[in-house]
Design a protein around this ligand. Sequence first.
Ligand code: DGY
Length: 321
Amino acid sequence: MAERPVVFVTRRLPAAVEARLAERFVPIPNSEDRAWTAEELVERARRADAVLTTATERWTAEMLAAVAGRVRILATFSVGTDHIDLEAARRLGIVVTHTPDVLTEATADVALLCLLGAARRAFEAQRDLRAGVWTRWSPTGYLGLELHGRTLGIVGMGRIGRAVARRARGFGMTVRYHNRRRLPPELEEGAIWHETLDELLPHCAFLSVHCPGTPENRHLLDRRRLALLPRGAVVVNTARGNVIDEAALLEALDSGRFFAVGLDVFENEPDVDHRWFTRPRAFLLPHIGSATVETRDAMGFRCLESLEAFFAGREPPHRVV
Ligand code: DGY
């Protein structure tokens, strides 16, 4: 590369990733890790050949049009691309890449953490212990649900859904899933396919969501569908908040229809509906699905591989658009 391309990096990244980025590109950094406004994002992107963004920045059609003259590629530090208007990027000739595969295992771990945390009432138990409220072991205290022997429904049997299915089988669960298309048997992880979501839901004592947050999937689990789950179900979401109607989910929890919920993602992140904070049967995490040292480094290097390939005139390996 003769002249190093300029890359607008919208967030602070792991140190190893920032170091390699600085060797190969001229970064426009976000040293204070500020939350930029749309205008601030556009103003900086206009000075860059590429943007390395994350799921915390929304790139609308208008913003992409405003930077299209200069920006040729947008590499997102995420597997999800719902924060980018992909259709507009395609129209404007802006390449978009993402970070598949490397966060599969970390995110599946957090789905299990949510299943266990919700089913075993981990929040209530830990809260009481730390507050000095717990005095002694009790035969009737903190009674939760066992995963073993129960049925887990998986909505979206992609890479992460399959990794969750593998783990669930290890816990002695029966796994059922809904996906638009049935997977070949060697990818099914022993799970039973249901052609429709409506057919799947009545079977599921536990439900875990793993489909993308596309506009079509908004409120895929709406009030009517949530009502198809058996009484006492545990619902977990580590995908995107908008896939579940959060108000309906809260209602189902409050009414006692659901035993517990486990959420790593929320509809209006980062403005989480405060009512969740007062619900003891809600096991809550702040979108940490991919937050391991190994995975976050690997996500950063995926972005760099794509940028390096693109500016060397090769096809970027993790291209979406
Ligand atoms: C992803 O990669 O999509 C994770 O949700 C982090 O944004």
